[in-house]
Design a protein around this ligand. Structure first.
Ligand code: NAP
Length: 490
């Protein structure tokens, strides 16, 4: 355990620097540093696991799985309920750990902790509802049944932008279904993952059911998780490029695969929209986590007749956003995760302005230095610019005018991505038409924040496969077994 870490929390046992396999906290011969992106201060040296530990975790998860699946759904549900309650009780400490290693403002971190916990609550309840079917038989003396059974060992790889919730929304349905689970968190944010393991242990999650592999050796560990024959399901959240690679690796053993990948979310503002509401939605969608979410609006498509007034109103609101260390009260935008992330934003903004985009506010690094970037609005962006085609993953609004509905929908759909889209309009018929026409897995109408554990989250096209959350989320971790039971007489 880290005794000298600068993270100030009440329950110091939540700060772990070892990996967690088969219910044992294990050190490694090598360690890696975790830093606070707001200050650069080192927070911990964490065990750097490799393929050997990963293989051991797979064996432990495979060994634990039959007994976990054999428990009643009610038993598994009760354990998940305890885990949920412990996370809620520890929300302040978990939020402080997250802000320290990830940078998001403390209130946002607490929001993520509760959002993450909600998946454990929801799927703990869903554990009891994995009903099968009895199919009306075509002949007498035979019964046809469809059973739903756990897939088996599940492996997951998760990103740094949601260090808690990207894990719980995979682990909760997996455990609820009777699967066991191994996660490789991002090397920037292993402390949140390890704190979840401490609370899982306290909740009574049995040995080997939930395992955490901290590592900087992503491809070596990833090879084990995607190619090991005992892993039956692989779930990934991260970039589309890495998702494609891992999906190909999973082909060798024909694993079930869920992918939550990148997006290029359009945010449509029509001429009849409530522009003030659209500004509120735009801020929420774009600036949460400093623009570093997969569902952040990436392109603001605004009808020409309202583009100037919307841009003016939005720029006033954006210029007023308080940037700083996420631990400072009142801060709504923290640092970006790394220097590399800032350089990507700089490259995209420079390319756009060189091609004629106009900086309305921001447009450069923030005066705080480090990896802080000023909240930015760029007007006069065109769909051909790289900034409109790549995920920005930073606090930059790009405004692209459109002429009519057909123009807006064509532009919105002109991307290989299909995760989230947003539209603001007060015309009910237009809202419905647009929602149907947008080629996206999720559409927010007059809403900038749409994620909830109650609804199916996921993308189409190159944004992914499968859904997380909602009653559909547990299907990803269940197989359907057909049993034809004959010889019943009659
Ligand atoms: P990333 O580079 O794909 O990394 C995600 C995870 O994959 C990290 O744990 C990373 O570890 C690991 N990884 C990278 N290369 C690997 C390999 N060859 N083998 C095995 N593991 C590998 O993504 P990111 O830039 O950190 O995260 C942001 C991306 O995630 C964005 O594209 C965002 O849209 C997407 N995202 C999607 C959703 C969704 O639900 N659709 C949610 C959140 C984020 P290392 O860092 O050590 O390489």
């Amino acid at each position: 355990m880290t005794s000298h870490s600068p993270v100030v929390i009440t329950d110091r046992a939540l700060l772990c620097d070892r990996g967690f396999i088969d219910g044992v906290w294990l050190a490694a011969s090598k360690t890696f540093a975790v830093h606070n992106p707001a200050s650069g201060v080192e927070l911990a040296q964490v065990a750097d696991f490799g393929p050997t530990e990963t293989t051991a975790a797979v064996a432990a998860a495979a060994h634990a799985q039959p007994a976990w699946a054999a428990r009643t759904a009610k038993d598994r549900s009760a354990i998940l309920r305890r885990w949920f309650e412990l996370i809620v009780a520890a929300q302040d400490d978990l939020a402080a750990i997250m802000t320290a290693e990830q940078g998001k403002p403390l209130a946002e971190a607490r929001g993520e902790v509760l959002f993450g916990a909600a998946f454990i609550e929801w799927f703990g309840e869903e554990a009891k509802r994995t009903y099968g079917e009895v199919i009306p038989s075509p002949v007498r003396g035979r019964q046809l049944l469809a059973l739903r059974q756990p897939v088996g060992v599940v492996a997951a790889i998760t990103p740094w932008n949601f260090p808690n919730a990207m894990i719980t929304r995979k682990a909760a349905p997996a455990l609820a279904a009777g699967c066991t689970f191994i996660v490789k968190p991002a090397p920037e944010t292993p402390l949140s993952a390890l704190a979840l393991a401490v609370l899982a242990e306290r909740a009574g999650v049995p040995l080997g059911v939930f395992n955490v592999i901290p590592t900087t050796r992503a491809s070596e560990v990833g090879s084990v998780l995607t190619e090991h024959p005992l892993v039956r399901k692989f779930s990934f959240t991260g970039s589309t490029a890495v998702g494609k690679l891992l999906m190909a690796q999973c082909a060798s053993t024909v694993k079930r695969v869920s992918l939550e990948l990148g997006g290029n979310a359009p945010f449509l503002v029509f001429d009849d929209a409530d522009l003030d509401a659209a500004v509120v939605g735009a801020l929420a969608s774009k600036f949460r986590n400093a623009g570093q979410t997969c569902v952040c609006a990436n392109r603001f498509l605004v009808q020409s007749s309202v583009v100037d007034s919307f841009t003016r109103k939005l720029a006033v609101a954006v210029a007023a956003l308080t940037v700083g260390d996420g631990m400072t009260p009142g801060v709504v935008q923290g640092p970006l995760i790394s220097e590399r992330a800032v350089q990507k934003v700089e490259r995209l903004v420079a390319d756009a302005t060189a091609q004629g985009a106009r900086v309305v506010c921001g447009g450069a690094r923030h005066a705080l230095g480090g990896t802080f970037y000023a909240p930015t609005v760029l007007a006069g962006v065109t769909p051909a610019m790289t900034i409109a085609r790549e995920e920005i993953f930073g606090p930059v609004v790009t405004i692209i005018p459109f002429a009519d509905d057909a123009d807006a929908i064509a532009m919105a759909n002109d991307t290989p991505f299909g995760l989230a889209a947003y539209a603001y309009t007060r015309d009910l018929a237009r809202a419905w038409r647009v929602a149907e026409a947008l080629e996206y897995g999720m559409v927010g109408i007059n809403e900038g924040i749409i994620s909830t554990e109650l609804a199916p989250f996921g993308g189409i096209k190159e944004s992914g496969i499968g859904r997380e959350g909602a009653r559909q989320g547990i299907d990803e971790y269940l197989e359907i077994k057909y049993v034809a039971m004959g010889g019943l007489g009659g």
